[in-house]
Design a protein around this ligand. Structure first.
Ligand code: CIR
Length: 254
């Protein structure tokens, strides 16, 4: 599916205090800004118009805009982040999305939903049940998606932060999977690129308008992606990885 727009948010200095389990040290803010600027340039080179929102120091993790909403051709769904420190991120995003979407639904309490937990494969949506996304949030999302005319199903996660930390859809029935999602029965009808634990960060990649975007530094995965015949573009995201953020988390695309 051709997409035309992306929304990103410049990281704020407070990002160095972002939520993390990574044990890789604190991000270097200036380096993160440079990496983010490169990310924006890459999105533009994939024929996207990019709206860059200003940094929001109230929310250290607010650069990870993907978690705040699900955008579909039929409408947007505002998430309700599972981490209390991120819950307020959605307010501003909703305001911005009103400029693009007429139909905007929202996940409500007691539901929690991080949109990093949802993977679109054509007209089906896979929803990860994680520490951030609960049953109520998933049920509400499925109801909305069904109303939009899409199908959806859940998949329980054991270790992954978000579903998309472990799987990406690269079009033409091809998934890139890692960790607990390798050989998962729900995905057995897909062709799969299986990514080893040492390169698991690269499982979170993006297929945009015929290009594949991958984090820099994962040569085996890059080679596997190159075999698809699509141009593969690398982006250094070392500073975002330190606070558990992957490549897709940095943008909303539609
Ligand atoms: C968090 O823990 O919420 C952020 N530090 C990282 C969020 C990354 N988002 C994603 O995987 N979809």
């Amino acid at each position: 599916m051709q997409i035309t727009q992306a929304i990103v948010r410049t990281p704020c200095p407070e990002m160095i205090h972002g939520l993390t389990t990574a044990n890789l040290g604190r991000p270097d803010y200036k380096k993160a800004l440079r990496q983010h600027a490169h990310y924006v340039e890459v999105l533009k080179s994939c024929d996207l118009e990019v709206l860059v929102l200003p940094p929001d120091g109230n929310f250290p993790d607010s650069t990870f805009v993907e978690d705040t909403a699900l955008l579909t051709p039929k409408g947007a769904v505002i998430a309700r982040p599972g981490a209390p420190s991120r819950r307020g991120e959605t307010r501003q995003i909703k305001r911005v999305l009103k400029n693009y979407f007429q139909n905007i639904e929202s996940i409500k309490s007691p539901g929690t939903f991080d949109a990093g937990d949802i993977l679109k494969v054509e007209s089906h949506y896979y929803i990860g049940l994680s520490e951030r996304t609960n049953q109520s949030g998933a049920r509400q999302m499925i109801r909305v998606l069904n109303d939009f005319g899409y199908s959806a199903s859940t998949i329980r996660l054991k270790n992954l932060l978000h579903l998309k930390s472990g799987v990406s859809y690269l079009d033409n029935n091809l998934l890139a999977v890692t960790g607990e999602l390798i050989d998962h029965p729900l995905f057995e009808h897909f062709d799969q690129i299986k990514i080893s634990a040492s390169e698991s960060y690269a499982a979170n990649s993006l297929s945009i308008n015929g290009f594949i975007l991958i984090a820099a530094g994962y040569p085996e995965t890059r080679q596997a992606f190159q075999k698809t015949g699509c141009p593969v573009i690398e982006i250094d995201l070392s500073e975002f990885r330190k606070i558990d953020g992957g490549l897709s988390c940095l943008s909303l695309r539609f």
